[in-house]
Structures are given as C-alpha cells and as structure tokens.
Design a protein around this ligand. Sequence first.
Ligand code: GLA
Length: 381
Amino acid sequence: MPILTKTPPMGWNSWNTFGDNINEELVKGVADAFITHGLKEAGYEYIVIDDCWSEKSRDNNGRLLPDKNKFPSGMKSLSDYIHSKGLKFGIYSCVGTHTCAGFPGSFEHEFIDAVTFAEWGVDYLKYDYCYKPRFVAGEDLYRRMALALRNCGRDIVLSACNWGNDGVQKWIRGSGAHLYRSYGDIHDNWKSIETIMLTQLENACYGGIDCWNDMDMLVVGMGGKGDNEMVTSTGCSDTEYRSHFAIWAMMNSPLMLGCDVRNMTDETKAIITNKDVIAINQDEEGRGPYCIRQWNNLDNVFSLVKPLSGGDYAIAMINISDIKSEMSLQFYDMGLPALSGMGLEFYDCDKHENIGLFVERASIYIEPHECRIFRCKVKPV
Ligand code: GLA
C-alpha cells in the first residue's frame, strides 16, 4: 500500500456544524467552496460526511444504503462530483453494531462495507467507537477494518476515532490506521480547545508519518453557530481561533475544518489559509514538538518547539492564563548555547515578517489565550 498520509490530512468534516442536518446539496456546496475560497489551493483535500448519512437498516444483501432523502443521487454520484473538483471523498462508520447516532455500524460487516465504500469511490473512512461489543478488544476491531480496507481494491485512509481510550496511541500504528483521535469531542469554546491541547502535550511523540494524532476537527470560524448542539457552544474570539489553529498545526494534528466553509468571515478565511502555519503542519519530517515551560509560570505559559526539515525550528508560545504574561524562551533549553555564537531569527507566521535576531533568549509577552507562532532560523550573531 502506498503511504497515504505523508503529512497530516487536511479537509472538512460535516459533524461540528451540521450534525445530522446533512444532504448532497450541502456537500456539493462545500466542494464548490473549497475551490472558490482557495481552500483547495491552501492544501485542503478531503470532504468527509460524518454520522447520519445512511438508512437505519441495511439492504437484503447486508449492504449499507445512503439515506434516500438526504442523498437521493447516491454516494457514487456524490463522490464523482467531489473527484471532478480534484478533491477526495470521506465517509463515516463505527466499529460497533451502531454508529454513535444509532445508524448501522460495521461490526461483523467490515469486509462488505470496505468493498461498498470502494465501489462508491470513498478515499477516507472515519471509524468511530460507539456500541462496541464490550468484550471484543478495540485493537482487534481496528486491525480488522484496516485489513479489509487494505484489500478492498482502493486506497482508503483509515481515520480511527476511539477518543484516546485503551491506550490507543501505543497500538494504533500497528493496526494500519492512518490517524487516531486522541481525546473526546471538541466543543466550540476555548476551555475545550485548552483541555484537548493540555492532554496531548505528552503524546506528541506518538504521532508521525502515516499515523497521526488527531486532536479532533477544528472549530475555527464556527462563532457559536451550527445545528449540532453536541458541539456548538459560546464560540471563541478570533485570537482564540487563531491559537487553536496554530496549536493543532504545531501538534501535527490533521487540519479538518468544522465550520460552514460556504459562509466564512475574512478573519476565518485568513486563519485557515495561513500558508506559513500550514507549512509547519505539513513539514515533511513530521516531527512532533517538545514543550518548554516558562520557569516562573509553569502552568500557564509554555513554548512548543518543533524541528523542521532544512534546519529551521517552529516555535509556538502559548499563554492559557487570563493575564498578559511573559514567555522567555532560553535557547540553551533547545540546544543552542550563547557561546556557540549563534542566535535565532524569528519570523512571525501571523504578521508574515521577521521580528529580529535574538541572542541567548527571546522574551515575548503573550496576550491571554494567545499563541504566537514563529519559524526560526539558526544564524550567526
Ligand atoms: C462521536 C465522534 C464525533 C462524531 C460523532 C457522530 O462522538 O467522536 O466526532 O463523529 O460521534 O455521532
């Protein structure tokens, strides 16, 4: 099988904003928006229909059927449309007897479902964890679907979604899955973003080429709106959404948009198409970051440092407190002593400009809930 996810997948998923309110017009509209709003050009590729797309029962041959009211033209026709735009098509199922919303799951139907998905032109399968028989190991169920997909005649990305349960990061790569959800569902508020980030700092070492840590679909741009009350919430400020995007990028999480990309503000568009931030996420070495905390404010302020191909370093400085706070990154802590005669030139990935050559340390004040993200070059002083 070729490497399907050399870098974290980028795309859109229907769940965060639309929940069960999905249909073929919406999905086609999203594909159109990928072109007209420059999302395809920025690297977004997959359009994924989440839960609630099927009929409540299989047909007489045990095959899944698309909901005839939501998807009257069928899935093949929809995937043809998406492919005609140069994009890829994703769908959703579950290791259990039912999906989380109570539609048929793939338990004991893995092989027939894999073939059905291949016939429909599916390129990506999100595979959830609800209604799992309690005494069957999840590990076996992901192995089984991975094997079925690897032998269905089509290259299909397997996006595991067991919310970080059962020590998934330790066994998922061996199953053949290409990404794995590492925590519970995101909500459209800052607390949720912060919680997911803090739980994953220690897991940055468990992602890499062809098996990425998926911190969940993005809520950037949702702005408190949407039809899915399991995700919609207060919304975030633009600063918080910018931080959310930068943190997911630094952590090598897939960048799966969750807002209504057909109707975005200019600020949302600017955040999700930021080339400098996306380049950090899509760096070909795929190394996860390490964390250096501010020595006198350990719980609130820290830097993530990620080595990039070609010798550069991505550095993100994050302040989760409610007051403006200093981050002094001592270069010694990242392997650069002052006596080397070298410093770091900081390029600000949001302002798109160099902010200076720093020696020995960079002391920067970070606003509440802000993440400053830089691309740094090692240079002689
Ligand atoms: C779970 C997943 C979500 C979404 C829903 C759909 O909660 O974690 O991302 O797929 O199921 O029901």
